[in-house]
Write a protein that binds this ligand. Structure first.
Ligand code: PBG
Length: 323
């Protein structure tokens, strides 16, 4: 008899396929990033991310409650301030947009979800960089660390369960861990954006946070061609106290996600970012791909690569489909 081997046997019926399915995709594994804009009177659509908005204080509370009801595992908050300055003062102000939003959501949701915040200055600086600049206009690593420590404290005090340092400064996890512990916030966790690449896929995010950036982030984010460097970043972040690590973007870096999953002693997250979202939404709007199938395939592929957690703008919608 030929063929002797028939792998199709395991694909014959839906029940058979379900039985042998290797990869799970559950709502609790998804984290929804949300944007909140200071002073917004109504939600503002982000044109390059159809379906995603800059929330008002109130619409954010509703969206967060809906996502939690749909079963998503966590929320990641980004603030869009009304005014910006060289050091990103709004990030450390307890009345800054992000800290106010964290307080609102912690009050509404308590411990029903894992509330996370982007711990980075780029949304708050008038030059759009993730840190403060020295006199030559270069991002000053160590001066930035002091700002991150203050920002972390403000976010922990506002009610964040987990902080997401995303600025790719050396020592950022260690300085934040020490600041938190020193102030008694020993239970506040750190999801480190450990392997974050200088990616063109961040394009739509720039609109999402009204970014003021001119130039690029090549002196702090990783070169897309490098994989070994990502493992070093992860190792350092774990040594500095990261509770979980992240690879970002996701789709163009699934090999890095896989390598991280194989070596990391802590959970691995992958961020399915704005440009990846926009590609699928754009193609689906043209009728070139089936939207729901494509989204679920994207999210499944990130899980298959080894990510425990997936940050995705589809989190609430996908959670509802998976339920
Ligand atoms: C930095 C930050 C960025 C994103 C998350 N945190 C932008 C950047 O590094 O340029 C991008 C997220 C996305 O593109 O969806 N605060």
């Amino acid at each position: 008899m030929f063929p002797e081997h028939r792998p199709r046997r395991l694909r014959t019926t839906p029940a058979m396929r379900r039985l042998v399915s290797e990869t799970t995709l559950r709502p609790r594994q998804l984290i929804l990033p949300l944007f909140v804009a200071e002073g917004a009177e109504r939600p503002r659509p982000i044109s390059s991310m159809p379906g995603v908005v800059q929330h008002t204080r109130d619409s954010l509370r509703q969206a967060a409650a809906d996502a939690v009801a749909a079963g998503v595992g966590g929320l990641m908050l980004f603030g869009v301030p009304e005014t910006r300055d060289a050091v990103g003062s709004g990030a450390t102000d307890e009345n800054g947009v992000l800290n106010v939003a964290l307080r609102d959501l912690r009050k509404d949701l308590g411990d029903d979800t894992v509330l996370m915040a982007d711990t980075c200055l780029d949304e708050f600086t008038d030059h759009g960089h993730c840190g403060v600049l020295d006199s030559a206009g270069v991002v000053d690593n160590d001066a930035t660390l002091d700002r991150y420590a203050d920002m972390a404290l403000a976010q922990a005090e506002a009610g964040a369960h987990v902080l997401g340092p995303s600025g790719m400064m050396d020592g950022q996890v260690g300085i934040i861990r020490r600041a938190l512990d020193g102030a008694g916030h020993t239970d506040t966790g750190i999801l480190a954006y450990s392997a974050k690449y200088a990616s063109a896929f961040y394009g739509p995010f720039r609109e999402a946070v009204d970014s003021q950036l001119t130039g690029d982030r090549n002196s702090y984010q990783q070169d897309p061609g490098n994989a070994r460097e990502a493992l070093r970043e992860i190792e350092l972040d774990v040594a500095e106290g990261a509770d979980a690590v992240m690879v970002k973007p996701a789709l163009a870096y699934l090999d890095v996600v896989r390598a991280a999953a194989e070596t990391s002693p802590v959970p691995v997250a992958a961020y399915n970012i704005s440009g990846e979202y926009a590609m699928v939404e754009g193609a689906a709007a043209q009728g070139w791909v089936e939207r729901e199938r494509t989204i679920l395939e994207v999210l499944t592929s990130i899980r298959r690569a080894g990510a425990d957690l997936v940050l995705t703008y589809w989190a609430a919608e996908a959670a509802a489909w998976l339920d």
